[in-house]
Design a protein around this ligand. Sequence first.
Ligand SMILES: *[C@@H]1O[C@H](CO)[C@@H](O)[C@H](O)[C@H]1NC(C)=O
Ligand SMILES: *[C@@H]1O[C@H](CO)[C@@H](O)[C@H](O)[C@H]1NC(C)=O
Ligand SMILES: *[C@@H]1O[C@H](CO)[C@@H](O)[C@H](O)[C@H]1NC(C)=O
Ligand SMILES: *[C@@H]1O[C@H](CO)[C@@H](O)[C@H](O)[C@H]1NC(C)=O
Ligand SMILES: *[C@@H]1O[C@H](CO)[C@@H](O)[C@H](O)[C@H]1NC(C)=O
Ligand SMILES: *[C@@H]1O[C@H](CO)[C@@H](O)[C@H](O)[C@H]1NC(C)=O
Ligand SMILES: *[C@@H]1O[C@H](CO)[C@@H](O)[C@H](O)[C@H]1NC(C)=O
Ligand SMILES: *[C@@H]1O[C@H](CO)[C@@H](O)[C@H](O)[C@H]1NC(C)=O
Ligand SMILES: [Cu+2]
Length: 369
Amino acid sequence: MNTHSRSSCSFLREKSKMGASVLQSPAFLVVVLTAFITLSILPQPVFGITRHYKFDIKLQNVTRLCHTKSIVSVNGQFPGPRIVAREGDQLLIKVVNHVQNNISIHWHGIRQLRSGWADGPAYITQCPIQTGQSYVYNFTIVGQRGTLWWHAHISWLRSTLYGPIIILPKRGVPYPFAKPYKEVPVIFGEWFNADPEAVISQALQTGGGPNVSDAYTINGLPGPLYNCSAEDTFKLKVKPGKTYLLRLINAALNDELFFSIANHTLQIVDVDAIYVKPFETQTLLITPGQTTNVLLKTKSQYPSATFLMTARPFVTGQGTFDNSTVAGILEYEKPPNNVGSIKKLPLFKPTLPPLNDTSFAANFIPKTS
Ligand SMILES: *[C@@H]1O[C@H](CO)[C@@H](O)[C@H](O)[C@H]1NC(C)=O
Ligand SMILES: *[C@@H]1O[C@H](CO)[C@@H](O)[C@H](O)[C@H]1NC(C)=O
Ligand SMILES: *[C@@H]1O[C@H](CO)[C@@H](O)[C@H](O)[C@H]1NC(C)=O
Ligand SMILES: *[C@@H]1O[C@H](CO)[C@@H](O)[C@H](O)[C@H]1NC(C)=O
Ligand SMILES: *[C@@H]1O[C@H](CO)[C@@H](O)[C@H](O)[C@H]1NC(C)=O
Ligand SMILES: *[C@@H]1O[C@H](CO)[C@@H](O)[C@H](O)[C@H]1NC(C)=O
Ligand SMILES: *[C@@H]1O[C@H](CO)[C@@H](O)[C@H](O)[C@H]1NC(C)=O
Ligand SMILES: *[C@@H]1O[C@H](CO)[C@@H](O)[C@H](O)[C@H]1NC(C)=O
Ligand SMILES: [Cu+2]
């Protein structure tokens, strides 16, 4: 997640030269042997399939809050494309860099057993992919199911380069809860009217805190509480009497976020691709980089109302931060016999905890681990 200071890839080559002398030491052989034996007795993934993806890193013009700018994107999409796989599947993701920035992609939360070099942090596990170059990430998902996500892992390019990783259970293995009617990714992000690369580079130069974002987003959309943004609102259209699985991802750069849907309860069933003891809550807290699957049971009857879902940060530290609120809309499909009535439906708004509600956080966090 974090911004890593830029070191050079020749430094990594120096290190691997040092590695050669270590290779000959007896202690090293013992370590290798032990690791080998340990790995061979670990449960092996049962048969999965190989899934191929191609990520073309290219520029895309995007307009939010009446500001148009060119962003770095995957395949021109913002947020980026979904990766869908089952536990046990192998992923081969070819990343082709068509932009001027050096790029690497991190598969956030994937355990990378025996494939550490596919993890993605630039200058940590790989040299970034340079302009005109490509790299194939090759890894297998072992012992994880739920939601994870991918993001650029160099400088602040992750502010526009991110997307969901949806991990279904192995074929034939059910969820430990009733099969939801529909599954919907809900990704929180941040929008900067300025170029985020200029923001972080200015902060590194001055030593001050980086300028804060202009909006939070849900699936790339800031929603109706911001100026010049009503058209860019995430709408979750639902039917009454159904259960929806929301795959929440906090892709904001650094902020913990409260989230709530007016007049609805959320049941948390999975955190960071691990099932948890399910619990219900009106409001949840999600830390940056975290993912969580929640069940949303819709009202049994058409409610003749619409409901906002909102998120805003939880902050305890000093320093400036974006204290704004992103909103999306939960909209019930009108029953077919509900004719006429073009009058506006009442809109309910959730109440989020105060920005500094440490007691909420202290209460909530232990339930998710
Ligand atoms: C973005 O907009 C600029 C200015 O209108 C244009 O020159 C450029 O070709 C556009 N880029 C893309 C990727 O569409
Ligand atoms: C990309 O990486 C190369 C090699 O380290 C470096 O020479 C170049 O300046 C980098 N490009 C940018 C835009 O940072
Ligand atoms: C991916 O990694 C596996 C395991 O290391 C290896 O057997 C396979 O050849 C690799 N495939 C590609 C296309 O790189
Ligand atoms: C950061 O904010 C300051 C004050 O509003 C502004 O002068 C500066 O241009 C901003 N920096 C960037 C990179 O947008
Ligand atoms: C929205 O625009 C109005 C009028 O231009 C301004 O008074 C208000 O402060 C703006 N609100 C936000 C959240 O930027
Ligand atoms: C939503 O909740 C508010 C406040 O708790 C309540 O007054 C209202 O009747 C509820 N509306 C619906 C449609 O559930
Ligand atoms: C957000 O911060 C601004 C500037 O620091 C302040 O004027 C405003 O009252 C704050 N809004 C909320 C909702 O806390
Ligand atoms: C939160 O902020 C309010 C007003 O800014 C302050 O009165 C209150 O003491 C703070 N609460 C905590 C737990 O820090
Ligand atoms: Cu990450």
